[in-house]
Design a protein around this ligand. Structure first.
Ligand SMILES: NC(=O)c1ccc[n+]([C@@H]2O[C@H](COP(=O)([O-])OP(=O)(O)OC[C@H]3O[C@@H](n4cnc5c(N)ncnc54)[C@H](O)[C@@H]3O)[C@@H](O)[C@H]2O)c1
Length: 283
């Protein structure tokens, strides 16, 4: 979908990938961009950057965990820009450590931001897009973890990213005539994600800082978030469902799906059952 003259909203745009997406949308000629984040001062700083290069951007404090907050964001976006056609549900957080050590609070925090947050954005903006009747686009930031790339230490984060793919897969079947969907599947990007704990709310255990080791890895291997932003703008223009940042993801996908294919062949060596392909127990 063409980005020129479109009204855009990006969540989690005060930092990292969201900031990169917002800058790229501005470069692609968006008529205006709402920079939504829980960190208002960071959102304001990104607006200053965009305005300095001739774009139009306005900050808005939004906690994507709360559907009312996302409704207020949508009201603000339409009131400010006059029209909105592109939403990037990008805000996300991570908590690391052995899976069984995950606290209830960290489980809730990650699911509330990464899953409820993306769902809230899709539902609130999706309903308005449908009633507007103009073609719209929603890009949800997942991860290469969305397609099955098992990694020790991030079990619950990975589970949230599978959910993001799950929504988008069904939504494009249900609403694809009116709304296009993309799923951004980044590998390692040099952002402040390991310090996501800076935003952990009081009721879910307060802020925490990421490990030095994780920071070092990001700095050594992480792709620039501005580069990712350009990939997203390109992916929206060319109407890609999956947007990848790291070609090596192909090995992870092949391994994952081959395991599925091979195990079906092993368990059902004669191939599909002739009558009830989906209900073998009934044969
Ligand atoms: N950095 C990576 O290697 C990587 C890889 C794959 C996927 N991702 C995903 O990319 C997205 C962006 O993360 P990032 O790497 O740019 O990290 P980041 O921490 O730099 O940016 C995340 C932004 O989200 C905001 N945020 C956090 N909770 C929020 C909430 N409840 N409501 C609104 N905003 C909130 C933060 O304030 C921050 O500005 C996340 O969904 C993350 O899971 C990142």
């Amino acid at each position: 979908m063409e980005i020129k003259q479109k009204g855009c909203v990006v969540t989690g745009a005060g930092s990292g990938i969201g900031r990169g997406i917002a800058l790229a949308l501005a470069d692609a000629g968006a008529s205006g961009i709402i920079i939504a984040d829980v960190q208002l001062e960071r959102a304001e700083a990104v607006c200053v950057e965009i305005e300095a290069k001739g774009g139009v951007a306005r900050p808005f404090r939004c906690d994507v965990r709360q559907s009312q907050s996302v409704e207020r964001l949508a009201d603000f976006a339409w009131d400010t820009l006059g029209h909105v056609e592109i939403l990037c549900n990008n805000a996300g957080v991570i908590a690391t450590g052995p899976g069984f050590d995950t606290t209830d609070e960290d489980l809730r925090w990650q699911f509330e931001v990464n899953v409820y947050g993306v769902f809230n954005g899709c539902r609130v903006f999706g309903r308005r897009f449908l009633s507007n009747g103009t073609k719209a686009w929603i890009c949800n930031t997942a991860s290469h973890h969305a397609v099955g790339t098992p990694t020790a230490g991030v079990a619950t984060y990975v589970a949230t990213k599978h959910a993001v793919l799950g929504f988008a897969d069904a939504f494009r079947l249900e609403y694809g005539e009116s709304i296009g969907f993309s799923v951004l599947c980044p590998g390692i990007i040099n952002t402040e994600l390991w310090d996501a704990g800076r935003n952990r709310p009081e009721e879910l255990g307060n802020a925490f800082k990421g490990s030095e080791q994780n920071h070092a890895a990001l700095e050594a291997y992480g792709m620039s978030p501005e580069f990712v932003g350009n990939l997203v703008a390109q992916g929206i223009k060319t109407e890609e469902f999956f947007i990848w940042t790291h070609p090596y993801s192909i090995e992870l996908i092949e391994k994952r799906y081959l395991e599925g294919v091979e195990s079906i062949r092993r368990q059902w060596p004669d191939g599909p059952l002739p009558i009830h392909k989906r209900t073998p127990g009934k044969v």
